[in-house]
Write a protein that binds this ligand. Structure first.
Ligand code: GLY
Ligand code: MN
Ligand code: MN
Length: 446
């Protein structure tokens, strides 16, 4: 196996730092709760592949279901406590090893670890004397759990128990922490991008007329796993011809046809962190004139937008650049007619560019973090070093759109890269996914 640059796992110190950063946002005399994901039944007694809750993972690195992290900040001390499934020989022989409490303490650098059945009793004791309670308000199950702990603490009020009075939503706090990636996280995302680029290369090389979209999907997943990304970060999109005009097309069950394009939106998940890359290329290895014209316009737009990324700029500014670039191109190609300034002003290109220009990227493919800076949601926030985002312009000309010339119909193109905002400007993580017409045609001719 060839050597990939970067690291495949975050050091445990990284998760300790994440907890430290959350503690720094907590008031004194407060407690925070974060829960692990649960296994989800696929059918009868089989489950979907387990995917850890991303906030819980961010704070622990712990990958078992059903666990709970409790952070307590009180009188100048900070304590991280894990409740997790117990060691159970009989269960483990069927379903796999559990870390257990003794090992979890050492391995995950936590202060104390207990089994889940000790949770109710201990947490209602912890709550006694606490003033503020942090948890994610969008987690219904956790909310009812917290209310039942509070009720238990309240039941001891006549014995002198003091019940917390302030409930605070933990989501905005953790979302904002997750928005800024450390050097280690960026190294991991660089590697997720690199291996995903190898998968896009493989897809281009394996594509042939007559194969089915899912066969190319399989080539992608093969390459992800080969380099340590056992799962895709999201359902892989392999969309031939007009299917590319369905933005989240994941059926992937149609036959690849001559003279059509293939749009692949695929990224591996490496140690929890996502890549999100899209490439579009001709199934027979050679772009037609019409495909070439639209493809080059999307590519030029993407690269122009990326060049403008630096601290202080924002999605608002990037949207202006994309709008102008696409509108000029569509006018030159005769798809638009009329006055350029008016078309730009009216954002006419939104007829063919039907989604957003990009989004935050991290542990989630559409990662957490506010896009606006004020409560009225008027102003998009400025970029700062450590943010990671996608840039993904596209043009979509559905087969049944009778307003456009026949030669454009059935063409759907998106090109998507992953970008880190740096102090100086930007770093494009998507370095090895072929994108120029020459690169793509040369690779497919091999
Ligand atoms: N892969 C989903 C997206 O590009 O947003
Ligand atoms: Mn994306
Ligand atoms: Mn994508």
């Amino acid at each position: 196996m060839s050597q990939l640059p970067g690291i495949a796992r975050l050091p445990m110190s990284e998760f300790v730092t994440h907890r430290k950063n959350f503690f720094a946002q907590m008031a004194d005399n407060s407690i925070a709760f974060f829960t692990a994901a649960q296994e989800i039944t696929r059918s009868n007694d089989t489950e979907y592949a387990f995917c850890q809750d991303k906030n819980f993972y961010y704070l622990t690195g712990f990958n078992e279901p059903d666990a709970m992290l409790v952070l307590i900040k009180q009188g100048g001390t900070e304590e991280s406590i894990l409740f997790s499934l117990p060691k159970d020989k009989n269960h483990e022989v069927w379903h796999g090893r559990r870390v257990g409490q003794v090992k979890a303490c050492e391995q995950y650098q936590l202060d104390q670890c207990f089994t889940l059945d000790e949770q109710d009793e201990l947490i209602s004791q912890y709550l006694n004397g606490i003033v503020q309670v942090y948890f994610a308000f969008n987690n219904d199950m956790l909310m009812s759990q917290v209310f039942s702990y509070l009720a238990k603490t309240r039941s001891a009020i006549r014995q002198g128990a003091k019940v917390p009075s302030n409930l605070i939503d933990a989501s905005p706090i953790i979302d904002n922490l997750r928005l800024f990636k450390s050097d280690n996280e960026i190294a991991l995302m660089r590697q997720a991008n690199y291996l995903s680029g190898l998968a896009h290369q493989r897809a281009m090389q394996k594509t042939q007329i007559g194969l089915y979209e899912y066969q190319i999907e399989n080539e992608i997943l093969h390459e992800f796993a080969r380099y340590g990304a056992r799962y895709a970060a999201y359902a892989t999109i392999v969309a031939g011809g007009d299917n590319a005009n369905i933005l989240h097309y994941t059926n992937n069950d149609e036959c690849l046809k001559n003279n059509e394009l293939l749009l692949i939106d695929a990224g591996g998940e490496l140690s929890g962190y996502a890549a999100d890359i899209t490439r579009t290329f001709p199934i027979n290895g050679k772009f037609t004139q019409a495909q070439k014209a639209l493809y080059q316009l999307v590519l030029t737009t993407k690269n122009k937008v990326i060049l403008a990324i630096k601290p202080g700029t924002s999605f608002a500014k990037l949207n202006e650049i994309a709008n102008e670039c696409l509108t000029i191109g569509l006018l030159e190609l005769g798809i638009f007619s009329g006055d350029l300034a008016t078309l730009i002003e009216e954002k006419a290109c939104k007829k063919y560019f039907i989604h957003g220009l990009g989004h935050w990227l991290g542990l989630d493919v559409h990662d957490v973090g506010d896009y606006q800076i004020n409560d009225h949601k008027e102003q998009l926030r400025e970029f700062e070093p450590g943010m990671v985002l996608t840039i993904e312009p596209g043009l979509y000309m559905p087969l049944d759109d009778i307003d456009i010339d026949e030669k454009w119909r059935g063409i759907g193109i998106r090109i998507e890269d992953n970008i880190v905002v740096t102090k100086q400007g930007f770093e494009n993580l998507t370095v090895n996914s072929p994108e120029t017409i020459e690169e793509i045609e040369a690779l497919m001719a091999k």
